[in-house]
Design a protein around this ligand. Structure first.
Ligand SMILES: [Zn+2]
Length: 591
């Protein structure tokens, strides 16, 4: 391997101009990777338990701005007869409900706490006898609304909740209730021959879709329906749900839903405009269904839209909130969706998508998890220095409840992406400086769940290690090395055939394998020959795989803002960004 080969090899996976400074040879052992999915999940539980307000029947909090005093200040839809923070209803709570169980499974906690049970009761309480979730739809339209509407979004989220109750707790009543919810969602389907559609996520009542305010756009974007149907169809073993998921997907591909304009995904290029999360949330299920049914048309459609989204972002897991947008801001909801999409594309299309998943987790996701870091606390005290000290300390104590959540809208290298709107520390989600809307933290936690769930894959006839992330799995204990050392150690917990994946960007000639300390010849196997084969592995053996790690600088012009030609540079060591230029001004995330 010569150094001059690295830019060409890396150029297949990283955009822009690449300058490789060095590439270290593979090592034999190294210190463990500090990235800890279990710690991220434990912190996530702190957030999930700290967000809901017990005094308000565990209403969840959407309008969070951690630099503001107070940190919770619903400014877009003021408290009204439906809720204190009406935008949280049927959305923030529904998203959070999914993640309590996931984070407990990662952290090894078996029992639901009272907060989890209360939030579950809240989201299932939206369901009426007709099977629909009836909600006050401020979360959909972003303005005060009168009365209650059917929300397909909330209904579909409850379908997943019920499926998981059946699947994990064996509760047959939850399965019967899920079937009723499924039948309700099917009744509302609008048919175009064999294909079907909804008006995006618009609320519905008396035969009308409410296409107002946010829903002028969101009603003409994709509905969130395919993934919930596939999840329910698999989890409750209902093939009719997979039929309906196919019909919605055919509707997506054919453009059955009217008036989508340029929000419709161009089936040739994958391009679209508008709010990214509603696209990626819709596409996710298509990638899942495509993988499940080996449907190349579905996978191609999902892959093109995914690739378009990556092209509008960066290679370190930062994806824009809008295409086009006014400022560089991501949305952690999109980060979560892209990881969920990535795990299916990695299985249905190419294992190289596991690298996208890992880079997104290591960089934007891990660096967006909210903690009271020294830098944050310093900034907080500074901007509130005119206030009484006791008030500031009380506000900081209150913020402990939000630790483990996610900063929703970082730019490339700064938690503060609204620096003067009007001033740092002003109360309000988009006013205080750090946007932490309540939709995003649970979606960030979903990404932690996906990475943990898929890092090791037990396929009965073989065990695959997909991600260079530490993971205690029933089939294998994986200890990842620091990313600059490029490698991981696997202790098989059952005998059999093991497949270990190095990153796709690693030079193949440089990959080193050892078993119980003895170097072994490397032979390639699995999909796209992307894995190193370890046949006839015995329980308790020590397998080590390592690869050379390039250090390089990547420079390009991000494209989500029209006519902005500012170039941004990323210093990488393997899959990890260590520095970004220009550096974040207030609370830099790297370097
Ligand atoms: Zn969000």
């Amino acid at each position: 391997m010569s150094e001059s080969d690295a830019p060409r090899r890396l150029g297949k996976y990283f955009r822009g101009s690449l300058t490789v400074s060095e590439e270290n040879a593979a090592g034999e052992a190294a210190p463990p990777d500090p990235l800890d999915l279990v710690a991220m999940a434990r912190a996530g539980l702190n957030y999930l338990r700290g967000n809901p307000e017990p005094a308000r029947h565990h209403e969840c909090r959407f309008a969070l701005g951690p630099l503001g005093i107070p940190c919770h200040y619903p400014e877009w839809v003021r408290p009204n007869e439906y809720g204190y923070d009406p935008i949280s209803l049927g959305d923030t709570d529904s998203r959070m409900e999914w993640q309590y169980r996931h984070m407990r499974l990662i952290a090894g906690e078996t029992d639901a706490c009272p907060v989890e049970r209360a939030v579950r009761e809240r989201v299932l309480g939206y369901l009426r006898d007709d099977g629909f979730a009836w909600i006050n739809p401020s979360a959909y339209t972003g303005r005060p609304e009168k009365g209650y509407y059917v929300g397909t979004w909330t209904t579909a989220k409850a379908l997943v909740t019920l499926t998981d109750i059946y699947r994990h707790d064996g509760d047959a009543a939850a399965r019967r209730r899920a079937r009723k919810v499924f039948e309700a969602l099917r009744r509302l389907a609008q048919w175009d021959g064999d294909r079907t559609w909804y008006m995006g996520i618009a609320p519905w009542r008396d035969g009308q879709w409410l296409l107002a305010n946010w829903c002028e756009q969101h009603g003409r974007n994709y509905p969130f329906i395919v993934e919930p149907l596939v999840h329910y169809g698999e989890g409750c073993d209902d093939p009719e749900a997979l039929d309906l998921a196919r019909a919605f997907t055919e509707g997506f591909l054919a453009g059955s839903q009217p008036d989508m304009g340029s929000q419709r995904i161009d089936p040739e290029s994958g391009a679209y405009t508008g709010h990214v999360h509603l696209h990626t949330h819709g596409i996710w299920g298509v990638a899942h269904l495509g993988t499940l049914t080996s449907n190349k048309r579905y996978l191609d459609w999902a892959r093109r839209a995914y690739e378009f989204t990556v092209a509008c972002g960066t290679d370190h897991g930062w994806y824009p909130e809008f295409i086009p947008q006014q400022e560089y801001r991501t949305e952690v909801c999109v980060v979560g969706d892209m990881i969920s999409l990535g795990v299916w594309l990695a299985q249905g299309v190419s294992p190289s998508y596991w690298d996208h998943v890992e880079r997104t987790v290591r960089n934007t996701l891990a660096r967006s998890q909210f903690f009271l870091t020294d830098a944050f606390v310093d900034l907080f005290r500074r901007i509130h220095s005119h206030r009484p000290g006791l008030e500031v300390e009380q506000a900081l104590r209150e913020l402990r409840r939000l630790e483990g959540g996610f900063v929703a809208q970082a730019n490339f290298d700064d938690w503060v992406s609204y620096p003067g709107n009007p001033a740092l520390g002003a109360p309000g989600t988009a006013n205080n400086g750090i946007h932490m809307m309540g939709c995003c933290p649970p979606e960030g936690l979903r990404a932690v769940w996906e990475a943990w769930r898929w890092a090791v894959q037990d396929e009965r006839d073989e065990v695959r290690v997909n991600l260079a992330l530490s993971r205690e799995h029933p089939a294998a204990r994986v200890v990842a090395w620091k990313p600059e050392d490029g490698g991981y150690e696997v202790t098989p917990l059952r005998a059999g055939r093991f497949l270990l994946r190095p990153p796709a960007w690693a030079t193949r000639e440089g990959v080193v394998l050892s078993r119980n300390g003895a170097a072994c010849p490397v032979s390639w196997s699995g999909p796209e020959n992307a894995y190193v084969l370890c046949p006839q592995v015995e329980r308790g053996e020590i397998l080590r795989i390592s690869w050379p790690v390039p250090c390089f600088t990547q420079t390009f012009t991000p494209s989500s803002i029209k006519d902005r030609d500012e170039r941004v540079s990323f210093d990488w060591i393997g899959p990890q960004v260590v520095r970004i230029h220009p550096k974040g001004k207030h609370l830099p995330m790297f370097g």
